[in-house]
Design a protein around this ligand. Structure first.
Ligand SMILES: NC(=O)c1ccc[n+]([C@@H]2O[C@H](COP(=O)([O-])OP(=O)(O)OC[C@H]3O[C@@H](n4cnc5c(N)ncnc54)[C@H](OP(=O)(O)O)[C@@H]3O)[C@@H](O)[C@H]2O)c1
Length: 333
């Protein structure tokens, strides 16, 4: 079977496609024929060697995939060969076969395509945990999402709308504005406006009658973080998700005290590994939101297996709205 592998950290084009023997599932594991795999921003960090968790080389990267179970390992009772599933793994999705832990695998709802499922993994789980678990969102509150046309951002917009929030979407181009408007946001916040510190607060206050937002979901860091802190309502919660804008910001804690603001961080993979039951419950809720039409994975482009480096390059340059997905061995319906 064909498998991308990182032999030396570097650009996506430095990966090789190796021919490997079929994989074998161990106890509690599943062997899946991969039909589609989602590309995530952290994949670019893993491949370049800049991610916080790196496996020994050579390894196969890729965190999200959907496909058909080929074999189940010992002690697996809930799955059988032929089941259509999606799974989130630390690494290993960019291959024709992948191994997943049964407790980190979900059967697809009827009618969900493999490409939609591969696009609906990590970013939707991350967005849901950020909003509900870390952000302590309550129905009807106002939520500001940074990088709102990106993978995590657009997932957060859809989930927050589906859970009854008023959503303000922070983007920095008219094209991204069109994407988030289509997702039904209540206001678009222009993150390209000069003097973001002042302009973000002014735009948020205009959209909230001067009240500010209850929850900020921040996949950007840098200037957005500090600007968003100043645009929060009393007892607001800001969740640090990532640093797609580059810089890791610092916080002046007096500001938290003055407005009773909480800042928390999210590392979703810890929830995946420590609380699989909770992650399963969230996945069921996400499938319900998908069935209700609130969650619709936005796939900007499907790439063929051999085009993975091109797809990763676009993601690393921030040129993907929603998700990029690779299909394995043809159409992934
Ligand atoms: N904490 C966790 O467990 C977890 C899980 C998954 C992802 N993450 C992190 O979350 C972040 C986002 O991931 P993703 O998959 O959503 O990435 P993505 O699809 O590439 O989206 C990033 C978005 O950020 C925007 N952006 C980048 N720099 C910006 C800036 N200076 N100002 C305004 N917008 C900017 C991009 O817009 P443009 O198109 O305009 O560049 C893009 O829409 C990454 O840092 C990732 O590592 C964390």
């Amino acid at each position: 079977m064909r498998s991308y592998r990182v032999w030396e950290h570097g650009a996506p084009s430095s990966m090789r496609i190796d021919i490997l023997p079929d994989l074998a599932p161990g106890p509690g594991e599943l062997l899946v024929d991969v039909k589609a795999a989602g590309i995530n921003f952290p994949d670019t960090l893993v491949i370049s060697g800049k991610y916080q968790v790196l496996p020994p080389r050579p390894f196969t990267p890729g965190k999200d995939f959907a496909g058909v179970i080929r074999a189940v390992g010992p002690n697996v009772t809930d799955f059988a060969p032929g089941d259509r599933v999606m799974a989130q793994v630390e690494n290993g999705a960019f291959a024709e076969q992948a191994i997943a832990r049964a407790d980190q695998t979900y059967k697809l709802p009827d009618g969900m395509s493999f490409t939609a499922a591969a696009a609906m993994g990590l970013v939707y789980q991350t967005a849901h945990f950020a909003l509900v678990e870390r952000g302590q969102y309550k129905r009807g509150e106002t939520v500001l999402v940074g990088g709102a046309a990106g993978g995590v951002g657009l997932a957060a917009v859809q989930i927050a709308k589906g859970l009854g929030a008023r959503v303000l979407a922070g983007v920095r181009s008219p094209q991204e504005g069109a994407v988030v408007r289509e997702a039904g946001v209540d206001a678009v916040i222009d993150l390209s406006a000069p003097d973001l510190r002042e302009s973000l607060r002014a735009q948020v206050h205009k959209a909230t009658d001067g009240r500010g937002v209850d929850v900020v979901l921040d996949p950007l860091g840098a200037e957005f973080f500090s600007a968003a802190l100043r645009a929060m309502a009393w007892c607001g919660r800001l969740v640090v998700i990532g640093f797609a804008a580059g810089d890791i910001p610092s916080v002046k804690v007096n500001y938290l005290l003055v407005k009773n603001i909480a800042v928390s961080g999210l590392q979703w993979s810890d929830y995946r590994d420590r609380t699989p039951v909770r992650v399963h419950a969230v996945q069921s809720e996400l499938f319900d939101l998908w069935r209700a039409g609130a969650v619709k994975p936005y796939i900007m482009r499907e790439f063929a297996f051999g085009e993975l480096a091109d797809a990763l390059h676009l993601v690393s340059e921030g040129k993907v709205h929603g998700k990029a997905v690779i299909t394995v061995n043809g159409t992934a319906s």
